[in-house]
Ligand binder design. Structure first.
Ligand code: SF4
Length: 545
């Protein structure tokens, strides 16, 4: 495999002299490797300046802290002195030992819990505690626990037959005991030499992970995205996940370019052997690959993608911010865009539009939110409600139902909700590797005013604001900052949705303008000055979320 640019071994590895002790394998490296072999390689050898701060990791650490605080009423002790003193909980104990073939091992369990069992520290010993993300223990969790158990047993001179697993916090704290079986230790014995071998200095980086959904939360994502794009990795084609990629590889289609050059009918026949559903998507995958290879959008279906806007006096752009774990939609943001005499506002006009951030504080009750939200919606009864993705429609309709809205009222609401993402996908193929709002709006030239912000970062700000707003000693202006950032982010998402909607309104329709005016390579329908939407089109059936 060719050495990718920017992914050369770190100086500390490439320069290590013969005979120098190899670096230890750590629990973090093991965790990374179990997620993606390349990630572990990059953790050790990758260029540090390419590693991105991950808001998801910060959230995970925050959740872990809350779980530990719920488990232990008192502050844990620190290091080996706390183990000797018999603290109920201990943090900061670095464990070291040897693995199969003398591999140096190191681990840093985030918390140890005292149990009644003799050890070299007295009548008590410790067991590791892990906070589980997600509903089930994964292989990654189990093997990391096995490593902690192995090294802790050597450190305390007593076996570690089990570990504590936590999830949630406060009154929602869940605890379970996990047995560290000999079978699990055997799995660890098998895995560690492979990990050590792959991380040897001078070895090439492993390939990109097969399922690139895993990359969403990875700190090396920017680097790997660049490489995937440069090599035309099949995962770059929107609609190709790990299973479809495997199928295409088995048929000898190994890159975006090859897929773009494939005959759709021949590919459909070849894929049919693996299931009808694969045959049916063949033409769409080839078309998407061709659009990405050419860099030009292509119209999929004629007709006005947003007929509801033809006679609308204005639109409300709607975006929700949520804490998915707590199932809490904490912000309902609405941007009010009125159609002017000259048509719909352009990007500059939209940036001046009134923004209504409705906070949903649980202590105020959901009925208060519903009063404000439904009051605002009723004030603009003929204005469609534009959103990107199905989340907003599902959440709003459920909220309306919980608050006692009648079937007729909910049907009216449903008719107003327009999923811009769905309309885009129905009518257009774009040269993007994802139809998510970030990818599409960025392709259109939209820029968020705060760089590198995502939903996880927003959630961190939300938690920070809730923690600081009544805390003594925090100046009110500083306490309000996280909320202002959330509002800015939420408002930007609505502006990005409008950028996509405007593009849909302005892109030429071959059914109305004739094939000669249809978008062709080199004639990209990029955003143009404001125009009045086509009023000759007829409405689509009501979109159902
Ligand atoms: S971005 Fe993806 S491929 Fe790259 S290291 Fe992370 S998980 Fe692996």
């Amino acid at each position: 495999m060719q050495q990718p640019s920017g992914v050369s071994p770190h100086p500390r590895d490439s320069g290590s002299s013969a005979g120098a002790a190899p670096e230890a394998l750590t629990d973090r490296l093991l965790r990374s490797w179990l997620r993606c072999h390349r990630r572990a390689w990059l953790d050790r050898h990758g260029p540090a300046e390419e590693r991105r701060w991950s808001s998801h990791r910060a959230l995970t650490l925050q959740d872990q802290l809350h779980s530990f605080q719920s488990l232990l009423p008192t502050r844990p002790g620190h290091g080996e002195a706390a183990c000797r003193a018999g603290s109920e909980g201990v943090v900061g104990l670095r464990l070291r030992g040897a693995g199969p073939g003398g591999i140096r091992l190191e681990a840093h369990p985030p918390l140890l819990l005292r149990i009644d069992s003799p050890s070299r520290w007295g009548a008590h010993a410790y067991q590791p505690v892990l906070v589980r993300q997600g509903r089930h223990l994964t292989r990654e969790h189990r093997l990391v626990l096995a490593l902690w158990g192995r090294l802790l047993a050597a450190e305390q001179g007593a076996p570690v037959p089990q570990a504590q697993v936590l999830a949630g916090s406060g009154s929602q704290l869940q605890q379970e005991v996990f047995k560290l079986s000999s079978g699990l230790q055997q799995q660890l014995e098998d895995v560690l030499p492979r990990l050590a071998q792959e991380l040897e200095a001078g070895r090439q980086p492993p390939p990109l992970v097969n399922d690139r959904k895993k990359c969403t939360l990875c700190c090396w994502r920017s680097l790997c995205d660049r490489e995937a794009s440069a090599e035309g990795h099949l995962s770059e084609v929107s609609g190709i996940g790990s299973k479809r990629r495997d199928l295409l590889l088995s048929l000898g289609v190994t890159s975006l370019e090859q897929l773009a050059a494939a005959d759709p009918d021949a590919l459909a026949s070849a894929l049919e052997d693996h299931g009808e559903q694969h045959r049916d998507v063949a033409a769409e995958l080839v078309a998407q690959a061709r659009v990405q290879a050419s860099g030009e959008p292509r119209r999929k279906a004629p007709g006005d993608p947003l007929p509801e806007l033809a006679a609308a006096p204005g639109v409300l752009l709607y975006d929700i911010e949520s804490d998915p774990d707590a199932r809490d939609d904490f912000l309902h943001g609405l941007l009010r865009l009125e159609r002017g005499e000259n048509g719909w506002p352009d990007a500059l006009g939209a940036a001046q539009a009134p923004y209504h951030p409705l906070l949903a504080l649980q202590e105020h009750g959901e009925d208060r939110l519903w009063q404000r939200l439904s009051g605002l919606l009723e004030h603009y009864p003929d204005w469609p409600l534009l959103h990107y993705g199905e989340t907003e429609a599902i959440s709003l309709l459920r909220l309306a139902e919980r608050q006692g809205a009648t079937e007729a009222e909910r049907a009216r609401l449903r008719r107003r909700l327009i999923d811009v993402h769905q309309r885009l996908k129905r009518h257009w193929l774009l040269p993007v590797n994802s139809y998510g709002l970030k990818a599409v709006a960025t392709w259109l030239g939209f820029r968020w005013s705060q760089r590198g912000v995502d939903g996880a970062r927003c959630l961190l700000w939300w938690r920070q604001w809730r923690q600081d707003r009544h805390r003594a000693g925090v100046p009110p202006r500083r306490a309000a900052q996280p909320l202002e950032r959330i509002f800015r982010y939420n408002r930007d998402d609505s502006l990005a949705t409008w950028a996509v909607a405007r593009w849909l309104l302005e892109a030429p329709d071959p059914a109305l303008t004739g094939p000669a005016d249809a978008p062709t390579p080199g004639a990209s329908p990029r955003p143009a000055p404001s125009t009045t939407p086509d009023s000759s089109s007829t409405p689509d059936p009501t979109p159902r979320p």
